[in-house]
Ligand binder design. Structure first.
Ligand SMILES: [Zn+2]
Length: 471
């Protein structure tokens, strides 16, 4: 027997993707009629069926009112009901065709009213901000690392990739962005990285599967629980200021349509970096989501947003080119590459950026990739090469956005404050040298888990909807 709560949920297959919807309070979903209706009228909720959604008529319905559009069956509804995430047409056609090209309330194409610092776009996404000549643009390199920070990778981060002697042209140590998910994360190490000037960003609490869930099923509430929840955990157990948590990357890069970006706008996340852009020469610059995105939504079965999110930045993931292949994350590049191949790949793609429009060169890692000694060596060799250049900077994602908002030519960068390393920390924000090792019961995993933090141990293992680990 299904509960009323379960019977108010329903699923739609839209353009090959499954979406979860929910009827308004008190209504249940009628599978045969495909509508939400009062309880008394619905007796078929435990039947499952697949639905083919017809295309809505929109303007072709010639609706009597100005701001109305037509469902596939000719029903007229206000335009804002289309692609708002809840089904209003009797045939569901208002929610059936909602990508950036079909959404009748979708973002408009890039236009000249979009100006820095808060809006940035160009027709094909390759334009340099501030119309600088490429020779005046610092070549930014954005290293990012996904998932937990712990003893599996601490030595790599601390000693192999970020020893103090690797420095940017202004004498500050090179910096990167860490997209942190909760399970097995060490919050003392995380706090140290933040203290050192790296950027800590959000990669969800659970990192749950199935992969499709993120793009198709996660509700706005789920997005809040996962992403804002992880920001709260980082704030509580690593003391990271909430205002320093600027961005996120979705697990498996499964972008979550407008639901994800609504959550971001509401909470105040300032950028996403999950969209894998189609391979492009020259590569793409980051852009704001005021207007329609400048590239197709293709990578990794993504469901990109269709609406406008003024001031929210997207740092699209430009792919690496290696022979006939292209790859988003470095570890999704062909597995048979030798260390020498990897070095050549890093240099080749560096040149694709450096010798064209100098769009930020993103290199996206999972730390396990460095376990292959020849890959670590190849990467270090690449680092040593490019650090000799006076116009190459390893910066965090947020540092890159700050430059894009106020582009400064190369000769003015030595005192560009956002790229400095004079961060003022309160004593209470400094990582301890010996953390609390909290042995905590997890109700979800039905076992004990360890949590490393400079803060006090919570009573229970923190998890989604109980991010502070209260009893
Ligand atoms: Zn991940």
């Amino acid at each position: 027997m299904w509960t009323a709560d379960e019977c108010s949920k329903y699923f739609l297959c839209l353009e090959g993707e499954v979406f979860e919807f929910r009827c308004s309070t008190g209504l249940l979903f009628d599978v045969n009629r495909q509508i939400c209706d009062f309880k008394l009228n619905v007796d078929n909720c435990d039947i499952t069926s697949e639905v083919v959604i017809p295309k809505p008529l929109l303007e072709k319905a010639n609706c009597p009112e100005q701001d109305q559009l037509g469902c596939a069956d000719g029903t007229c509804l206000p335009q804002e009901y289309f692609c708002d995430g809840s089904m209003d047409c009797p045939d569901g056609s208002d929610e059936g065709y909602c990508d950036a090209n079909d959404d009748p309330n979708g973002a408009t194409p890039c236009d000249p009213s979009c100006v820095l610092p808060n809006c940035f776009c160009s027709k094909d996404g390759t334009k340099i901000p501030g119309n600088l000549h490429p020779s005046q643009v610092p070549q930014m390199i954005l290293l990012t690392f996904d998932d937990a920070i712990n003893d599996e990778n601490w030595d790599i981060y601390k000693n192999k990739l970020f020893p103090p002697e690797y420095q940017n042209p202004n004498g500050c140590p090179i910096r990167a962005t860490f997209f942190v998910s909760h399970q097995y994360n060490n919050y003392q190490y995380t706090q140290k990285l933040w203290n050192d000037g790296h950027e800590i960003a959000v990669h969800s609490i659970t990192h749950r599967g199935p992969e499709d869930w993120w793009s198709s099923n996660a509700t706005i509430e789920d997005w809040f629980d996962e992403m804002v929840g992880q920001a709260n955990i980082l704030n509580r157990f690593s003391k990271i200021r909430l205002e320093d948590i600027k961005g996120l990357r979705v697990p498996f890069l499964r972008v979550g349509w407008n639901r994800q970006f609504l959550m971001m706008k509401e909470f105040g996340f300032l950028y996403d970096s999950s969209m894998v852009a189609p391979f492009s020469n020259p590569p793409l610059w980051p852009y704001t989501l005021d207007h329609k995105m400048p590239h197709k939504c293709t990578g990794n079965k993504q469901v990109c947003p269709s609406r406008s999110y003024p001031g929210v930045w997207e740092l699209p993931m430009n792919q690496l080119e290696v022979g006939d292949f292209t790859c988003g994350m470095v570890d999704s590049c062909p597995a048979n590459l030798s260390g020498d191949d990897v070095y050549k790949m890093l240099v080749h793609n560096f040149k694709r950026h450096y010798l064209s429009n100098r769009a930020p060169y993103g290199i996206y890692f999972h730390s396990t990739w460095f376990k292959k000694a020849e890959y670590l060596n190849a990467f270090q060799k690449f680092l040593n090469d490019v650090l000799k250049q006076h116009d190459v900077w390893f910066v965090t994602n947020w540092q890159a956005i700050q430059w894009i908002r106020k582009p400064k030519p190369l000769d003015q960068l030595h005192n560009f404050v956002p790229w400095g390393c004079k961060k003022q920390l309160d004593v209470s924000e400094m990582a301890c040298s010996i953390p609390n090792i909290c042995k905590l019961h997890s109700r979800v995993f039905q076992q004990d888990r360890y949590l490393y933090t400079c803060s006090e141990c919570p009573p229970k293992y923190p998890w989604i909807r109980n991010e502070f680990g209260l009893d």
